[in-house]
Design a protein around this ligand. Structure first.
Ligand SMILES: CC(C)(COP(=O)(O)OP(=O)(O)OC[C@H]1O[C@@H](n2cnc3c(N)ncnc32)[C@H](O)[C@@H]1OP(=O)(O)O)[C@@H](O)C(=O)NCCC(=O)NCCS
Length: 141
């Protein structure tokens, strides 16, 4: 889980741009959600080594606004693996004005499902059957 002194690399990192704002000048919640879905999809795809789909998003909380120029880093942690589904804790943090204070802006649990080319659920491979970089990256799960 990320914290304010976290030294892990985020799954994705990007800058909030003026085109992502609402009429008040704050960044759209939907843009942040989209960035989190992308990061969770990368995480789920790497662990399952196949196509994945978002099945559910639970407990999304927006704690702080995101502003233009903030750098948004999205951290992902797999918290459960089922037959074809997995839960991923997704946390979004910002670094204000590119270099300033670091704050957590939102988190949620995303459920992704591994699917075949026809969109039917398929089993997530056992840990011993995935590439080494996946073994190293995702700990016990
Ligand atoms: C996700 C999806 C493949 C599941 O289809 P399904 O017919 O329910 O598949 P299954 O019954 O085989 O279930 C597969 C797994 O998904 C889980 N699951 C299904 N619906 C779920 C939901 N709403 N929330 C959480 N998990 C769910 C099941 O518990 C099961 O987990 P397990 O294999 O680890 O035990 C299907 O609902 C789908 O394609 N949804 C649309 C996904 C999508 O397009 N997302 C992007 C939206 S823009």
């Amino acid at each position: 889980m990320a914290d304010s002194t976290d030294s892990r690399s985020p799954t994705t990192r990007t800058m909030a741009m003026p085109s992502d704002t609402n009429p008040s000048g704050d960044i759209f919640g939907g843009w942040v959600l989209s960035q989190m879905d992308i990061a969770a999809g990368i995480c789920a795809g790497q662990r399952s080594q196949c196509r994945v789909v978002t099945a559910a998003i639970d407990g999304m909380h927006f704690y702080r606004p995101v502003k233009v120029g903030d750098i948004l880093g999205v951290y992902t942690t797999i918290t459960r693996i089922g037959r074809s589904s997995m839960d991923i804790l997704v946390e979004a943090w910002v670094r204000r004005d590119r270099i300033g204070i670091r704050e957590k802006v939102t988190d949620a649990t995303f459920t992704f499902v591994a699917v075949d080319d026809d969109g039917k659920s398929i089993a997530i491979p056992a840990k011993e059957n995935v590439p080494d970089y996946v073994k190293e990256k995702f700990g016990d799960l």
